[in-house]
Design a protein around this ligand. Structure first.
Ligand code: FAD
Length: 400
C-alpha cells in the first residue's frame, strides 16, 4: 500500500548523503519521511580503503551497516534506507534497478543527489556487498605481500597514503610513485608537496612528477616482473611486480541523462568543463525548473576542493532549505567557501592536518599540524558510532 507520507529522497549514502538524510530526518515535519537510496549493502568508509588494502586484519571494519542510521531520531522507523541503484531521475519520481514496496518507481516531493564520484579499485569498491569487498581487500593485501617492486600511478591522497603506508609496513619493497602534475597533491599550497617530498625521501620512496603511466589496453601483464612505459615513450629503469592505479574520479551523473531541462543546451544541468551538477548558492539545481532538486557533496559543482568535511556543512544547508520550502518560505541558507583542508596519513603513525591559507582573510601561509598518533585501524570505531552502531567491546560486531 502506498504510504500517506510525502517522500524526500536522498540518492547516494556515502559521507554526505548519509549526513543529509540524518539532518533532514531531524528537522522535517511528520508529514514527510526520508528515503536514502544506495546500492551498497553497507556504508563504505573509503578514507580507510588505501590502508586496509595493504595492512591485513582490519578490512571488515570499513563496511558499516546502515541499520542504526536514524536511531538517534524520534520515530526512526518511518524513514528507510533502500538498497538499490537509481537508474533515472524524473521531475517527480525515480526509477530503481529493482522493486521496492512492490514498484520500481518511487515518487518524491524533494530529491537530493549525493552520488559523488567513481574511483578505481582499491580506492573504490566494484562490489556492493560487504563480503565480496572484504574478499577483494584481502586479495589485494596478498598480492602486495608477494610483490617486491610496486608502482603507484597517481600522486593525490590515495597514492601518497598508500606509498607511505607500504614503505613503512614493508621497508624492503621498492615503491615508486608517478604523478602527472609537477606537484604531489596539486590542489593544495606547494608546502604540502614539500612536506610529502621530505617524507618520501626519509622513507626511500622514489617519485617522478610531470609524467603519466601508460596503461596497456589489455591491462598490465600477470607474469612478473614487467616493464612500465610513460606516455612520453620513456621506459622506467626498473621492472615492477604490481601496479596500483590511484588516478582520477568520474562524476556519477548517468541518472540525470533523461531529465528534461529548461534550456536544452549542453551546460544547463551539468558543467561541461567538469561534468558536475550546476547548483545555486542554496544547493538547488541551477535549472530554474528544478527548485525542488538539490545536489550536495562531491557531485555538486561548488568550485571547492572535493572533501567530506565541507560536504557535512552542505548537508545542513540542504536540510534547512528543504524545511523552508515545506513551510512555504524561500530557501535562505547558502553553502560556505572555506579554504581546502585535508587530514593525510603519511605512514602508520605520522599524519598531518593541512589547511590552505584563507586568502579572503589575507592569509598567505597554510596551517599545518603534524601528529604521531595514528592507529592501525584509523580510529574507525568513531565512524561506526556516527552510523548509529555502538561497538561495546565485542570485536565480532565489526563483522555485522
Ligand atoms: C583515500 C581518501 C581519503 C580521504 N580523506 C578525507 C578526509 O580526511 N577528509 C575529508 O573531508 N575528505 C576526505 N576524502 C574525500 C572524501 O572521501 C570525499 O569528498 C567524499 O567521499 C565525498 O562524499 P560524497 O557523499 O559526496 O560522495 P561519494 O563518497 O563519492 O559517494 C557517492 C555515493 O553515491 C552512491 N551512488 C552513486 N550513483 C548512485 C545511483 N545511481 N543510485 C544510488 N546511489 C548512487 C555511491 O554508491 C556512493 O556510495 C578522502 C578521499 C579519499 C579517496
Amino acid at each position: 500500500m502506498a504510504s500517506a507520507l510525502k517522500n524526500i529522497i536522498v540518492v547516494g549514502g556515502s559521507y554526505v548523503g548519509k549526513t543529509t538524510a540524518q539532518e533532514l530526518a531531524r528537522i522535517v515535519p511528520n508529514t514527510h519521511r526520508i528515503l536514502l537510496i544506495e546500492p551498497h549493502s553497507h556504508f563504505h568508509h573509503l578514507f580507510a580503503f588505501p590502508r586496509f588494502a595493504i595492512v591485513p586484519g582490519q578490512e571488515h571494519k570499513a563496511f558499516i551497516p546502515y541499520s542504526g542510521l536514524f536511531s538517534s531520531i524520534s520515530n526512526p522507523t518511518k524513514h528507510a534506507v533502500i538498497q538499490a541503484r537509481v537508474l533515472s531521475v524524473q521531475p517527480h519520481h525515480v526509477k530503481l534497478d529493482r522493486e521496492w514496496e512492490g514498484s520500481g518507481q518511487v515518487p518524491f516531493e524533494y530529491l537530493v543527489v549525493a552520488t559523488g564520484t567513481r574511483l578505481s579499485e582499491p580506492a573504490g569498491m566494484k562490489d556492493n556487498d560487504k563480503l565480496a569487498s572484504v574478499a577483494y581487500l584481502q586479495k589485494h593485501q596478498a598480492d602486495i605481500k608477494q610483490a617486491k617492486s610496486i608502482l603507484i600511478a597517481g600522486g593525490g591522497a590515495v597514492g601518497v597514503q598508500m606509498a607511505t603506508d607500504l614503505k613503512e609496513y614493508y621497508p624492503d619493497k621498492e615503491i615508486t610513485v608517478v604523478q602527472s602534475r609537477p606537484h604531489l597533491m596539486p590542489q593544495y599550497h606547494p608546502k604540502l608537496h614539500e612536506l610529502i617530498k621530505g617524507r618520501f625521501d626519509e622513507l626511500g620512496i622514489k617519485f617522478i612528477t610531470g609524467s603519466r603511466v601508460k596503461v596497456p589496453s589489455t591491462g598490465f601483464p600477470t607474469t612478473t616482473p614487467f616493464p612500465v612505459h610513460l606516455t612520453d615513450g620513456t621506459k622506467l629503469p626498473s621492472e615492477f611486480d604490481f601496479v596500483i592505479l590511484a588516478t582520477g574520479q568520474t562524476p556519477n551523473t548517468d541518472l540525470l541523462a533523461d531529465l528534461p531541462v529548461s534550456t536544452p543546451n549542453p551546460g544547463s544541468l551539468l558543467n561541461p568543463a567538469n561534468g558536475f551538477i550546476r547548483i545555486r548558492p542554496t544547493m538547488q539545481f541551477l535549472d530554474e525548473k528544478y527548485s525542488h532538486l538539490f545536489a550536495v557533496g562531491d557531485i555538486a559543482d561548488t568550485g571547492l576542493r572535493k572533501a567530506a568535511r565541507p560536504g557535512a556543512a552542505q548537508a545542513a544547508v540542504v536540510a534547512k532549505n528543504i524545511h523552508s520550502l515545506i513551510e512555504g518560505r524561500e530557501p535562505g541558507d547558502e553553502f560556505s567557501r572555506a579554504p581546502a583542508g585535508i587530514h593525510l596519513t603519511l605512514g602508520l603513525k605520522y599524519n598531518v592536518v593541512f589547511r590552505n591559507p584563507n586568502e579572503a582573510e589575507g592569509q598567505t601561509e597554510p596551517a599545518v599540524i603534524e601528529r604521531h598518533d595514528g592507529q592501525e585501524d584509523m580510529g574507525v570505531e568513531g565512524w561506526w558510532e556516527r552510523l548509529g552502531v555502538k561497538i561495546q567491546g565485542v570485536a565480532q560486531q565489526y563483522h555485522l
